[in-house]
Design a protein around this ligand. Structure first.
Ligand code: B12
Ligand code: SF4
Ligand code: SF4
Length: 310
């Protein structure tokens, strides 16, 4: 099988597995990856010390997987045709966390996909990743031609907007590579203007000011009171800089039933959330991305919102 045919069949397998977009990049150092060093040096990752780990691997995928030749990137659409509730007695949970945890869904698909690659060519060896390895997934998705990184720093596409989860497989074989796409943000600054905490400047995020970070990754500390009035009922994550993006108006509903919201996650009553004890939290959110926040931090978020929002 020649390289063109192998690449074509690998991409077809990825689409047949249910992924919405796929593309391939050569495993090399990406110049844009170096921005991560500045981001960390300026402390913009806040308390996410795990982002400092394995920096060499985040900057060069061949340090993560020495046999690396190609990076096959996939994107999975999670958009469902529902809106956030404007009812102040409810909390807002980010769209990405309305359904089941994407890590489980995507990792299962990627494992099966790698097996299928090996059936196609027994010489193929590889490693899967979906938030599970020190890889800058958005940059690899850009390099593999899936889309461009918007000014809100998310991977953005013409067909699906930014409502996409990312994952990939790094393999030991050369393939034919896709070209990165142009940046279609143009003069738009809607995401930057709409961010309630001024966490964004073009293509750069200060996580310390981002509600997504503060409500999900900022553990065991009180959220600084300057953000209370900006939280606008976001108890877990934040979708504002995506909701205002013009490219997201063209989003199509996902074909994955597991990303559809359970009614209790899309617009949960704040009072019911405030009454959860740890066991009830675990039972309710065990299979949801919300579990990541941990009970005490989730409760902290709910209490802040309840104090201001009702
Ligand atoms: C850490 C992290 C976070 C942090 C930091 C976010 C961030 N922007 O980096 C926090 C907790 C805030 C976060 C929030 C969210 N996250 Co997150 N997160 C990650 C994670 C684990 C690493 C990202 C990373 O490497 N950041 C490092 C910084 C430096 O990267 P960056 O901001 O993108 O900066 C790059 C460019 O902007 C550019 N750059 C930087 N400076 C400059 C300057 C100039 C002049 C230029 C031109 C370029 C440039 O180079 C940088 C280097 O890569 C990835 C998974 C992964 N392993 O990749 C998921 C990931 C990025 N998150 C994801 C999601 C869904 C979210 C949220 C939408 C969830 C939500 N609704 O609350 C929000 C989005 C907030 C936002 N506007 O970014 C998805 C994004 C999918 C997509 N379509 O892009 C990912 C890929 C997870 C996944 N596997 O699907 N996240
Ligand atoms: S997720 Fe919310 S707080 Fe974070 S950058 Fe986007 S709009 Fe701002
Ligand atoms: S809102 Fe505008 S500037 Fe921001 S990511 Fe979308 S198109 Fe780009």
């Amino acid at each position: 099988m020649n390289i063109t045919e192998k690449t074509r069949r690998i991409k077809n397998l990825a689409l047949e597995a249910g992924f919405d977009k796929t593309g391939v990049a050569a495993a090399a150092v990406l110049p844009q990856a170096q921005y991560l060093k500045t981001w960390l040096a300026e402390g913009r990752h806040g308390e996410m010390q795990w982002m400092e780990n394995y920096l060499d691997k985040r900057l060069d995928i061949r340090k993560l997987y020495p046999q690396a030749r190609s990076v096959i990137m996939v994107a999975h659409n999670y958009f469902t045709p529902h809106q956030h509730s404007a009812d102040k007695s409810t909390g807002k949970i980010s769209r990405y966390a309305w359904g089941r945890d994407y890590h489980t869904i995507i990792k299962k698909k990627l494992k099966r996909l790698l097996q299928e690659f090996k059936e196609l060519d027994p010489k193929i060896e590889g490693q899967i990743f979906c938030d599970t390895a020190p890889v800058q997934e958005k940059l690899w998705a850009v390099q593999a031609g899936l889309g461009w990184q918007g000014k809100n720093t998310n991977l953005l596409t013409k067909g699906f907007g930014s409502w996409l989860f990312l994952g990939g497989i790094v393999i030991n074989q050369e393939l034919e590579y896709d070209d990165p796409l142009p940046d279609y943000c143009g003069n738009c600054t809607a995401c930057i203007d709409a961010c309630p905490t001024s966490a964004l400047k073009p293509y750069q995020l200060d996580a310390r000011r981002c509600l997504s970070y503060l409500t999900i990754e900022y553990w065991n500390k009180p959220i600084p009171s300057e953000f209370f009035s900006k939280m606008n009922n976001w108890v877990f994550g934040c979708d504002i800089c995506q909701d205002v993006c013009p490219w997201n108006r063209k989003a199509k509903p996902t074909a994955e039933p597991k990303y559809h919201p359970s009614p209790e996650n899309r617009a949960p009553k704040l009072q019911a959330l405030a009454e959860l004890d740890e066991a009830a939290f675990k039972k309710r959110f065990k299979k949801s991305p919300v579990f990541r926040a941990k009970f005490q931090n989730f409760l902290r978020n709910v209490k802040i919102i309840s104090g201001l929002g009702i």
